[in-house]
Design a binder for this molecule. Structure first.
Ligand SMILES: Cc1cc2nc3c(=O)[nH]c(=O)nc-3n(C[C@H](O)[C@H](O)[C@H](O)COP(=O)(O)OP(=O)(O)OC[C@H]3O[C@@H](n4cnc5c(N)ncnc54)[C@H](O)[C@@H]3O)c2cc1C
Length: 308
């Protein structure tokens, strides 16, 4: 077995991951690493066998971990990485801070990060995915991030390093973000609180927020024009294509396209990752057959399939 570097944090072999994801599926991490602090993470990665892959994980709200688990080292930031400080118009937070906590704390201090209130991930995951809703995205407020590269270097990332696009950043998949600085517009704390309450209610009305999902399964196909005119370009919704393909409520084992919102792939009870991914692929095929459009996954599928 590969010799692993010393750490002041916690390193666990064969750690089950399913319980750490929203979907509650998937196999174990070969190694599960919770660093004590940024220096510990940097020293560990610098000394780690370069042949071992590294995967940073947040709270698994955008992931299907496959049934065979993840090879190499899964890094999950915990205590020590979830502080939130308000410094004038800047909000500085650890990458493990939950989006909802960041939004609430910012609002109390009169800074508007309300769009983060209903996104169930961590701030690190929000940067990686350029998370957003209600017309605002991480890219709109991101100033810089501190991160540790796979080689163990501590670096500062600026917007130009991340080339944000719709649900995408150019962050290297094995670079671990540890701290983020956001620049938030001002607002009245009471009004910001009311806005968040309203957004939560809207979300509960239209989406299965209490079910085991990973949010939107497929991206909305962008820039579609029904007339061919540039001024008519509008976004086609993935859910309506899935509906039109007759896949609302479709099932495979414990996997289901949610009847409340058909772009939410759901673990309806006892699903495997293979069933969830298989149903997703079936939906892509059915949508292609009925509309000629190819849906792209928004949920990340990571790790290895179960051995036969
Ligand atoms: C009910 C529900 C509603 C949702 N609504 C929205 C929405 O409105 N808008 C939206 O954008 N998303 C939404 N999502 C998806 C999801 O919450 C976001 O993509 C979120 O940003 C993922 O964060 P996470 O911490 O869970 O990351 P994970 O799912 O754990 O990981 C996602 C990606 O981020 C990377 N990552 C995580 N932490 C770090 C880190 N510290 N450093 C480097 N990389 C890291 C991982 O490697 C992986 O590539 C929703 C999900 C659910 C379940």
């Amino acid at each position: 077995m590969t010799e692993m570097p010393q750490t002041r944090g916690t390193l666990t072999p064969d750690r089950p991951l399913a319980e750490l994801t929203w979907m509650r599926v998937g196999g174990p991490a070969e190694w599960f690493f919770q660093p004590a602090d940024t220096a510990d993470l940097a020293a560990f990665l610098a000394a780690l066998d370069p042949a071992l892959p590294v995967f940073p994980m947040g709270v698994g709200s955008n992931l299907i971990v496959r049934d065979g688990g993840i090879r190499g080292v899964v890094v999950r930031l915990g205590r020590g990485f979830n502080g939130i400080a308000i410094e004038g118009e800047r909000v500085v937070a650890g990458a493990a801070a939950l989006d909802a906590h960041v939004a609430r704390k910012a609002a109390e201090a009169g800074r508007d990060l309300t769009f983060l209130r209903t996104i169930p991930g961590t701030l690190g995951g929000a940067v990686r995915m350029n998370a957003g809703c209600y017309g605002s995205y991480m890219a709109d407020v991101f100033e810089s991030a501190r991160a540790v590269t796979r080689a163990g270097e501590i670096v500062t990332l600026r917007p130009e390093d991340l080339a944000f696009a719709y649900r995408h950043s150019a962050l290297a998949p094995d670079t671990v973000i540890t701290e983020i600085t956001l620049r938030a517009p001002g607002g009245d704390p009471w009004a910001l609180g009311a806005k968040m309450t309203d957004q939560l209610a809207k979300r509960d009305e239209s989406q299965p927020t209490k079910d085991r999902t990973a949010g939107s399964t497929f991206r909305n196909p962008a820039g579609f024009s029904s007339t061919g005119r540039a001024d008519d370009t509008h976004e086609l919704k993935a859910w309506s294509l899935i509906d039109a393909a007759g896949m609302r409520g479709a099932r495979r084992g414990g996997a289901m396209m949610n009847p409340k919102h058909p772009n939410f792939l759901t673990n309806a009870g006892g699903a495997t990752a293979a069933e969830l991914e298989g149903l997703g692929e079936e939906v892509r095929k059915k949508v292609y057959d009925s509309s000629g459009l190819t849906l792209e996954w928004e949920i990340m599928r990571v790790g290895e399939p179960a051995p036969d």
